[in-house]
Design a protein around this ligand. Structure first.
Ligand SMILES: O=C(NCCO)c1cc(-c2ccc(F)cc2)cc(O)c1O
Ligand SMILES: [Mg+2]
Length: 215
């Protein structure tokens, strides 16, 4: 097919959503992915759980690993108070290019820093480059085999401190078994599983929320 799936998602936003209205961007993507073409956005069901965790944490600095088309970036940023921001890392340049346009259409670009590159390369530079002290919330939604190494890297870099909340997508489907085992067995995390479904399907999936308890 001539266009890519992310390009078709952006088209759906430009056709159906109102510039500056984040909820209409979210609704347009969910409608397209439920009725036209499945895509790996966190989706409406798990997205509501994400919303509730963001509202509960009311974070000042958020790290998102895995931007894709910016759907969850918009979900998070729309709930942030003035002065708060989400730094979102995306490895795939084609995804990043679409996400920038989706985030711009939502009118939330002032609350978002989209960084292109590998999470493992960028995490060690976060403090120096972005002046981040520690993250209040980390949303893990990138390559599933990177969840555990990147969590350990965030710990080593002092970017996870007492009270930091990790929220991980896809812990059942596609699954992140090594990450789950780590956060559920570590004495330094308090973990809770929010049972849900894989976006736009009946398959089981869920989000794992893990609160860092400090050393
Ligand atoms: O790979 C994923 N994300 C990182 C992309 O850079 C991802 C995959 C899937 C999925 C795919 C194929 C299937 F059959 C089932 C699930 C779902 C998701 O929510 C995801 O986040
Ligand atoms: Mg996901």
């Amino acid at each position: 097919t001539r266009t890519s799936r992310p390009q078709r998602i952006l088209k759906a936003v430009q056709r159906k959503a109102t510039v500056g209205d984040p909820q209409s961007v979210i609704t347009a993507i969910d409608h397209f992915c439920r009725h036209r073409e499945w895509a790996m956005n966190v989706g409406d069901e798990k997205g509501s759980i994400l919303d509730s965790v963001v509202s509960e944490v009311s974070p000042v600095t958020v790290l998102e690993l895995g931007t894709y088309c910016g759907y969850s970036t918009v979900r998070i940023a729309r709930l942030l108070p003035p002065g708060a921001c989400v730094i979102t890392l995306e490895f795939n340049p084609d995804y990043a290019a679409i996400a920038r346009q989706v985030i711009k259409w939502s009118g939330l670009e002032d609350k978002v820093q989209l960084v292109e590159g590998a999470s493992g390369d960028w995490i060690p530079w976060m403090k120096e480059h972005f002046g981040v002290q520690a993250f209040d919330l980390v949303f893990l939604d990138h390559w599933k085999e990177r969840y555990l190494p990147d969590t350990k890297l965030l710990e080593e870099c002092g970017l996870i401190q007492k009270g930091t909340v990790l929220l991980a997508d896809n812990v059942i489907c596609p699954g992140t078994p090594d990450y789950l085992e780590y956060v559920r067995n570590s004495p330094r995390y308090n973990s809770h599983y929010y049972r849900s479904h894989l976006e736009y399907t009946k398959a089981e999936d869920g989000l794992e929320k893990s609160v860092f308890l400090g050393y």
